[in-house]
Write a protein that binds this ligand. Structure first.
Ligand SMILES: Nc1nc2c(c(=O)[nH]1)N[C@H]1C(S)=C(S)[C@@H](COP(=O)(O)O)O[C@H]1N2
Ligand SMILES: [Mo]
Length: 510
């Protein structure tokens, strides 16, 4: 039973901390309600009154307890039988979670972690007991039988107490953190930000190719990278940004003061320095925020400074060149992403966005502190781990359609992808089949040089297996290098190449 509760506690804590949904046990309760015929549900509600849901959860908890106890007894005979019982419970929980609206892999992970806890705790708790029971009574034992039995009992009770205490602690932690996350999520949902507009992607920004990546990345699909196990949950009313260091006067801004300033809105493509060639750690969004240039001007930057050390509420830091925060680009303290207040995972309530730089040197989420300083005097989170101090993005291009190993029609198929060189812009994209001559691709439109651009090319290839390679040229005339370099220390280089198979086009019937 204790092992069972520990597993429930783990899945509860994970659900509370990582999502705003309820935990797997409630998912099971919802599934039960859904599978129960309507009249029965109505009757149950009439009998139990407003407490129907609580009652159902209590019943499920009691039933689970009975099953846990039963599994424990089975474990006495065979460890595998007990494992099977827990596995069945996990499958039920997993199915219930999976059938919820918008379930993700994260929800499945809670169930998996719960199952793992069940098995580990069961092994830890019953192992010594089973060994003890199995020891033939007649066999001479080094210590007297009674002492041995005493020892086993004591260590069993200690393990039970430790496991139970761990479960209780996890429950309390999950409840506390979960409550603040849920509260912040509520505030965020109700937040109305005057001046934040709904994104309208430029009409010519998309190439007309089936299954092509959307030009605007929806918030839910935007890649996420951070070092936070538990993301900071900050109420806008509690948020403060301090700008200090090599400035004439320290500036402290509240959230209200920030959004009362003039808002800037721009399409900016953000990508991670850890993005491999052909990788998907990149997204394009409509950001609304306040330009950092004005705020830094208000603070009065002293001569000699060349960097801003940004610190997140959770202590993560990045060093950003001062000039990119003060020149005429749309470097901003963003409060909205794609027309909605920033998602918590993407930095709510305020994060920095700087066109032209990788995220690790610029895009501080949950930003609360900006210290104007000198690169020579600081070491930021990733630069302390071997990553480059400066992180301008590199010219890159990617093939999206077809996917690797995909199929196209021989003799005239459209292939497509994206290319980016933020704040410089892409001038041309070229493709090559089987290492042959480079042929120009057609580019879709862009609102500025700060976003990726979609490209499309028509291939005329004979049936069979081929490779397709893409490369881009930026607006300064610089050609994307084919030299392959890994992501460390300042971003991968090399041309994206995929294998594909060309087939005879299917003859249309009639
Ligand atoms: N507070 C905080 N901000 C952070 C990071 C982090 O670990 N913590 N990671 C950075 C990195 S490496 C990237 S690529 C971007 C990713 O932003 P996203 O998760 O909104 O896509 O955030 C940056 N900002
Ligand atoms: Mo990153």
């Amino acid at each position: 039973m204790v092992a069972g509760f520990a597993g429930l506690a783990v899945s509860y804590c994970l659900a509370m901390v990582t999502t705003i949904r309820d935990w797997p046990l409630v998912a099971v309760a919802e599934l039960v309600v859904r599978l129960t015929p309507g009249p029965v549900v109505e009757r149950a509600i009439r009998i139990s009154g407003r407490h129907d849901k609580t009652l159902l959860i209590v019943v499920i908890l009691l039933l689970s307890t009975a099953v846990f106890a039963w599994a424990g007894r089975l474990a006495r005979r065979s460890w595998w039988l007990a494992t099977a019982v827990f596995a069945v419970l996990a499958v039920v929980g997993g199915a219930a979670v999976w059938l919820q609206r918008g379930a993700t892999a994260l929800d499945a992970f809670q169930v998996a972690a719960g199952l793992a806890t069940w098995l580990v705790c069961l092994a830890l708790l019953t192992g010594p007991l089973r060994r003890h029971e199995r020891a033939p009574a007649a066999e001479p034992v080094p210590v007297s039988g009674a002492a041995q039995s005493d020892h086993t009992r004591r260590s069993f009770l200690l393990r039970v107490a430790a496991t139970a205490a761990g479960g209780v602690v996890l429950g309390v932690v999950g409840r506390t953190l979960g409550r603040s996350r849920r509260h912040v999520e509520e505030t965020r949902r109700l937040l109305r930000l005057p001046g934040v507009t709904t994104p309208v992607a430029p009409r010519d920004s998309r190439v007309d190719v089936a299954d092509m990546t959307p030009w605007m990345t929806p918030n839910e699909e935007f890649y996420r990278i951070d070092t936070a196990f538990v993301v900071p949950t900050i109420e806008p009313d509690d948020w403060l940004l301090r700008i200090h260091g090599m400035v004439d006067r320290e500036v402290v801004v509240t959230y209200q003061e920030l959004i009362d300033r003039r808002l800037t809105e721009a399409w900016v493509t953000l990508n991670c320095v850890s993005n491999e060639v052909g990788g998907d750690l990149i997204g394009n969004a409509w950001w609304s925020g306040v330009r950092t240039a004005g705020l830094l001007r208000a603070a009065g930057v002293r001569p000699g400074a060349d960097a801003v050390l940004q610190t997140s509420e959770d202590g993560w830091t990045c060093g950003t060149p001062l000039d990119v925060l003060t020149d005429d680009r749309d470097a901003m303290l963003a409060v909205a992403m794609n027309g909605r207040p920033l998602p918590i995972d993407h930095g709510f309530p305020v994060r920095t966005i700087v066109p032209g730089l990788y995220g690790y040197v610029s895009a501080c989420k949950w930003v609360v502190d900006m210290e104007v300083t000198r690169f020579a005097d600081i070491e930021a989170y990733w630069t302390g781990k071997g990553w480059s101090e400066l992180g301008p993005v590199k010219i890159s291009s990617r093939i999206d359609v077809p996917g690797p190993g995909g199929e196209i029609d021989s003799g005239g198929a459209r292939v497509a992808g994206v290319a980016w060189a933020q704040h410089t812009g892409i001038e041309a994209v070229e493709v090559s089949v089987d290492g042959g001559t480079w042929q120009p691709a057609e580019l879709a439109g862009v609102p500025s040089t700060d976003t990726w651009v979609q490209w499309v090319a028509t291939l005329d290839v004979p049936p069979g297996d081929h490779t397709l390679t893409v490369r881009a040229r930026d607006a300064d005339g610089l050609l994307q290098t084919g030299v392959e370099q890994e992501v460390l220390p300042d971003g991968a280089t090399g041309w994206h190449t995929i294998d594909l198979t060309a087939r005879e086009p299917q003859q249309e019937d009639g």
